[in-house]
Ligand binder design. Structure first.
Ligand code: BT5
Length: 253
């Protein structure tokens, strides 16, 4: 039986998230499993393998069957909530969960990656439609080096490559959902400001060279509203939204 099988995972999951738990050995993308409008807040889709795993802007998310954690979580935040911030909320939660389970130091690369060292161990994809947000999370868990995609902009790593150990993906899934539950509740109560200090402590882009609208600068702090501060070379600083910042390849983390 796989470590993500429903019977096994049911005993591990925290109460609030993971019901229903929609498990597939193989699917196109777990994001699409949660399309049904009747699914409740907290529904989770998991797959052993995705045949069309996706990242942002039409990019591809690759896995090795049964070696990665591939999950989508359905959230129904209140109407006025600033949804783009959820990518940082989820990033922080995943960073915390990986650290707890694998004992590795993790950082959040604004706006949606989780790094071990300078390498990408997890990516987050938010897709909103109406009041519903589907938060997709891909974590490289037990892949060895040969099973990680080569030539990615930010080099890929896995928990196994980083630690030399393999991990129970069910335990990791439970930790991710527990941390998301906690971070999400704090976000609802206090906004991103309630997570800002910890987020800034894990800010993996700070000090990196970036470009914004063709202008060069250096990434600074994550602002309390989730935007990234960029100190421009010519003087002054700007606050940028996700998607407006480019990390030149030589500086890519
Ligand atoms: C992301 O996009 O990092 C979001 C990835 C979200 C994947 C999850 S898996 C469960 C759910 N179902 C889905 O279909 N998706 C979500 P982005 O920042 O656009 O990064 C994509 C880029 O990361 C690619 O263009 C590659 O360069 C690189 N990449 C692809 N697979 C990778 C992997 N396994 N590890 C590290 N980097 C990877």
């Amino acid at each position: 039986m796989t470590d993500l099988a429903p019977d096994r995972v049911a005993a591990l999951l925290p109460g609030s998230l993971g019901t229903p738990y929609l498990y597939a050995e193989r699917t196109g993308s777990t994001q699409d499993v949660l399309r049904d409008d009747h699914l409740p807040h907290g529904a989770v889709a998991v797959a052993e393998h995705q045949t069309a795993g996706r990242g942002r802007s039409g990019r591809v998310w690759e896995d090795a069957p049964s070696q990665a954690l591939l999950l989508s979580l359905l959230l129904r935040p209140p109407g006025a909530a600033p949804l783009p911030q959820l990518s940082l909320v989820a990033g922080l939660a995943v960073a915390r969960a990986l650290e707890t389970v694998a004992g590795v130091g993790t950082r959040v690369k604004w706006p949606n990656d989780v790094l071990v060292g300078d390498e990408k161990v997890a990516g987050i994809l938010l897709e909103a439609s109406g009041a519903k947000v589907v938060c997709g999370i891909g974590v490289n868990v037990n892949q060895d080096l040969s099973e990680l995609p080569p030539g990615t902009r930010t080099p890929a790593t896995s928990l196994r490559v980083a630690t030399g150990r393999t991990f129970d993906r069910g335990v990791l899934l439970a930790a991710v959902l527990t941390e998301i539950g906690g971070c999400y509740d704090r976000w609802l109560a206090d906004g991103l400001a309630g997570l800002a200090e910890e987020l800034e402590g894990r800010n993996g882009l700070r000090g990196r060279r970036v470009r914004v609208d063709g202008r060069a600068g250096t990434a600074g702090a994550i602002a309390p509203d989730g935007r990234l501060t960029v100190v421009l070379d010519g003087g002054g600083s700007v606050l940028v939204e996700s998607g407006e910042v480019e990390v030149p390849a030589a500086e890519a983390v």
